[in-house]
Ligand binder design. Structure first.
Ligand code: C5P
Length: 242
């Protein structure tokens, strides 16, 4: 288990909110409690790169630009180069189209931008795979592992995967290859109409080998978001020392 990263730095809060006002409210509330803010499509498309300046102006936490890029290699490469000028720490690309797209990651190495490949979205369940066109006997774990290996060989810094697959990925790809885990649900929280399917608790994710975890609604929708985030940091800490 990676014990070098502090518990706080292992917690990424997903700023899944509609606009700058809401985002700023959460950044002010959580800026000292979490290690990183994840900005996704909803907020970035609404507010553009100015939203990154707002986060930097209100917190020293790092930024994860979760745009899940998915296009031809030349376009992804150019998009990564543009992202590198924004001073963000992480960005995501889809890992479903193989090496040529994943290799674009190595072209921004050294820029400070770490490229994470999305293996399979954590909202996808095994029973959906054949409907998505995959062969009948392919397991979700196999698919995730194949994509993680391809991402590692192609020069990505790590992958996004569920807590159920993280141990196999760390074993296969090595400890230095980052595993970032969304689909986190603390035992004490309830998310209404949940769309996540491969979920784990913060403790289990860290114990299984996650370097960082992504938490959105369990913090965002809590009556006291900073308290909820603090409880998750404590849970991460207890998993690191146990
Ligand atoms: O609210 P919740 O904790 O489910 O938020 C999870 C966040 O992680 C969302 O922003 C979602 O887009 C993101 N994510 C995910 N599964 C992936 C990659 C990213 O849930 N495979």
């Amino acid at each position: 288990m990676n014990q070098l990263i502090s518990a706080k730095d292992r917690l990424i809060f997903a700023l899944d909110v509609p606009d700058r006002n809401e985002a700023e409210r959460y950044v002010r509330l959580l800026g000292d409690v979490v290690g990183c803010f994840k900005i996704g499509l909803e907020l970035f498309i609404k507010e553009g790169p100015d939203i990154l300046k707002m986060v930097k102006g209100n917190s020293s936490a790092s930024i994860f630009l979760d745009l899940k890029l998915h296009d031809i290699p030349a376009t992804v490469h150019s998009a990564l180069r543009s992202a590198a000028t924004h001073g963000v720490r992480f960005i995501t690309i889809h890992g479903s189209d193989g090496e040529s797209i994943l290799q674009t990651a190595s072209e921004v190495k050294g820029s400070g931008l770490e490229v994470l490949a999305v293996t399979v979205l954590t909202s996808v369940s095994e029973s959906q795979l054949s409907g998505l066109g995959y062969k009948e006997n392919l397991s979700l774990n196999q698919l995730v592992l194949e994509r993680a290996l391809c991402a590692e060989k192609s020069g990505c810094a790590g992958v996004i995967c569920s807590g159920a697959e993280v141990a196999a990925i760390k074993n296969t790809c090595g400890a230095g290859f980052k595993a970032v885990v969304p689909g986190i649900r603390p035992a004490w929280g309830e998310v209404k109409a949940d769309d996540q399917s491969r979920i784990v608790t913060p403790k289990d994710a860290i114990t299984n080998g996650a370097d960082l975890i992504v938490v959105g609604r369990p913090i965002r929708d809590a009556s006291e978001p900073a308290v909820a985030a603090g409880k998750i940091v404590d849970e991460i800490q207890s998993a690191i020392v146990s």
